[in-house]
Design a binder for this molecule. Structure first.
Ligand SMILES: [Cu+2]
Length: 72
């Protein structure tokens, strides 16, 4: 399944990873997400055949107002 990688700023523990994961999983077309605070990265797995604008993923993370994201 297609996966989008994001660079995330502001994560410092597993709790942050969970918040990023939840934010990404709310975006339509995302089936699951994971994050790694040590790497400062997150990955969103997309539903097969679905196009998800990376900007929507970035916006979902930025909407937390705690973390910021950019395309990796
Ligand atoms: Cu944290």
């Amino acid at each position: 399944m297609p996966e989008v990688e994001l660079r995330i700023k502001g994560m410092d523990c597993p709790h942050c990873e969970m918040r990023i994961r939840k934010a990404l999983e709310k975006v339509e077309g995302v089936t699951s997400a994971r994050a790694d605070h040590k790497k400062g990265r997150a990955w969103a797995t997309l539903k097969e055949g679905t196009k998800v604008d990376t900007k929507k993923l970035v916006d979902a993370v930025n909407a937390t107002e705690v973390y910021t994201a950019e395309k990796a």
